[in-house]
Design a protein around this ligand. Structure first.
Ligand SMILES: CC(=O)SCCNC(=O)CCNC(=O)[C@H](O)C(C)(C)COP(=O)(O)OP(=O)(O)OC[C@H]1O[C@@H](n2cnc3c(N)ncnc32)[C@H](O)[C@@H]1OP(=O)(O)O
Length: 526
């Protein structure tokens, strides 16, 4: 049996993930991500940087090693280094790191053409580096860069390097499919071969996703004898990225009998933090962490779920700290709408439900997105029952946007019948608007939710007068999503915000009393 009982996950979001074009983490961001990875998600090891890269990188690694020393995690924090004795090892010593992931050449092609060395010379340089690292109290894992091409085209060299390394003081040998070229059946054959030839060696497999086969390749590597796999949060990484940790964890748990230490219910939180710090938006259909992957859209599916959860698979959203959603749009049936009404605590008579369903289908036909939070407005509109109280409205505004000057907003809000004014200047018109709202809310001792996502979509077609749809996601203990539609992007965002203010007013009403009710109130100008 080649499958190991327990598989180590080495997360390289902070090293290989940061090699995603355009991604760069600040030292403080690296520390926050490292903490979540080790303490909450419970990955076994993290690779946090390449040696020698920059002063900022050195500062980032120092922050992590300082924290990891206090926590007793230092042997789980790794840094990639080069065959360049003493430079990389000295860099690790200065950074306070205790594990070197030494980058050697796993294919003759890379050795001959990049380093321009013979295998003998390379092995001697590697030995010097390992010995120097050990002298400095640093443990060593070894990468065989371009191992996959090596196994295809220069197997004798590649196997001779492993044979040489097995007799060195090395903890693990790490086998990267550096260019993401392997097919699953090749991974199975190559890993089975190295495992059979060197049964005592701890091998890690490091996949890249160029053909979208990284997760399939990780599965084959695990089934054929590796003890560890490398992955990144959200699949960050050079070119098409690395194997995404979220998919690797789900697939290994569901399709093999191996055990992982990963806490699946923390995956989403880490994924969102990495999304925020990397600035790379997670595609909505990305397995496990994408916005829509636990959303049923078709009415038939919602109906089946109501009857016997007929459209669930093993990827239950609760496993990952998420919830199932039922989308509203032209493919919604009554069952979808009922699910959303239940979430809001609203019940409708059958004929009312039919009318509301019809309206949502009409909106969908016009390409309008409908969120759960839109439902009360739609109901109020369709049934003309004015069930929605508009406690808060934008009575007036004046916005400026000029070259060389900060944008400003003069805002007049009506809250429960009283008017409040504020003036603010921020990093854009919407920011200025939000600062003005905040000014008013602070004066009234009211809390605003945190804005967690902001998406703007403009229908394709290149018309400058097209309607812009802005959907804003807010965190107010529960997630609230509101939408605004206007030909002006800032106005659309203001409309979405006005809706949100009404929703949170209704959530909090009854617990707070507005003492200024009925009075004209003017806040200090900014
Ligand atoms: C599989 C992976 O993803 S590996 C990722 C490796 N990580 C990085 O490359 C991190 C970012 N890199 C860097 O910051 C820089 O490339 C540095 C600091 C490492 C080196 O910078 P520079 O001295 O300017 O060299 P440059 O980047 O132009 O070229 C790389 C040099 O490293 C050499 N090199 C390549 N692989 C290795 C290796 N495994 N060990 C030692 N040297 C190596 C190359 O032969 C080249 O040397 P040369 O200039 O004598 O021909």
């Amino acid at each position: 049996m080649r499958l190991h009982h327990q598989i180590e996950i080495m997360d390289t979001t902070l090293r290989d993930g940061e090699q995603t074009s355009g991604v760069s983490f600040l030292p403080s961001e690296k520390l926050q991500i490292a903490k979540l990875l080790l303490e909450e998600l419970k990955v076994d090891r993290i690779e946090v940087a390449s040696a020698r890269v920059s002063e900022g990188e050195l500062e980032g690694v120092k922050k992590i090693t300082h924290w990891a020393t206090e926590k007793g995690y230092l042997d789980r924090v790794e840094v990639l280094g080069f065959v360049d004795t003493p430079a990389s090892v000295d860099w690790l010593v200065e950074a306070g790191a205790k594990v070197l992931n030494l980058l050697t050449k796993g294919s003759l092609n890379h050795l001959v053409h990049q380093l321009k060395k013979t295998p003998e010379r390379h092995f001697a340089d590697i030995k010097k580096c390992i010995d120097y690292a050990r002298q400095k109290g640093i443990a060593v894992n070894v990468y065989l860069e371009d191992w996959s091409s090596g196994m295809r085209n220069s197997k004798e060299y590649t196997l001779s390097l492993i044979d040489f390394l097995k007799d060195q003081q090395v903890e693990r040998i790490m086998l990267p499919d550096t260019l993401g070229i392997l097919k699953p059946e090749e991974v199975a054959t190559f890993i089975a071969e190295v495992h059979a030839t060197f049964p005592k060696v701890h091998f890690d497999f490091h996949a890249h996703n160029d053909y979208d086969l990284s997760v399939a390749n990780v599965l084959e590597a695990v089934k054929n004898g590796v003890k560890g796999v490398h992955s990144t949060i959200n699949g960050l990484g050079e070119r098409a990225g690395n194997a995404p940790l979220e998919s690797v964890a789900a697939a290994l748990s569901d399709f093999t009998s191996t055990k992982l230490n990963i806490q699946e219910n923390k995956i989403y939180r880490v994924s969102k933090l990495v999304e925020q710090f990397s600035g790379l938006h997670i595609p909505s259909n990305k397995p496990v962490v994408g916005e829509n992957v636990f959303t049923q859209t078709a009415g038939i599916h919602a109906d089946g779920d109501n009857k016997k959860n007929l459209y669930f698979n093993d990827l239950l959203p609760e496993r990952f700290g998420r919830t199932r959603k039922y989308a509203l749009g032209k493919t919604s049936g009554k069952a979808n709408i009922l699910k959303n009404l239940m979430e809001l605590g609203i019940s409708l008579e059958p004929d009312e439900l039919t009318k509301v369903t019809q309206k949502i289908i009409e909106l969908g036909d016009r390409k309008e997105r409908v969120t759960t939070e839109d439902l009360p407005y739609i109901i109020s509109d369709v049934l003309q029952n004015n069930s929605i109280r508009k406690d808060i409205s934008i009575e007036g505004y004046h916005m400026t946007h000029s070259k060389g000057l900060k944008p400003t907003v003069q805002l007049k809000l009506n809250i429960l019948g009283s008017s409040y004014e504020a003036h603010a200047s921020g990093n854009g018109q919407f920011d200025s608007f939000m600062l003005a709202v905040q000014e008013i809310y602070q004066t009234l001792g009211k809390k605003l939710p945190k804005l967690t996502d902001f998406s703007v979509s403009i229908p394709p077609g290149g018309k400058t007068d097209a309607f812009v749809e802005t959907v804003i996601t807010w965190d107010y203990g529960r997630i609230i999503k509101t939408k605004g539609l206007d030909s002006d992007q800032t106005v659309a965002a203001m409309m979405a915000t006005e809706k949100m203010l009404n929703i949170i007013e209704q959530i909090t009403l009854g617990t707070t009393e507005n003492t200024n009710h009925g009075n004209e109130y003017r806040t200090a100008a900014r």
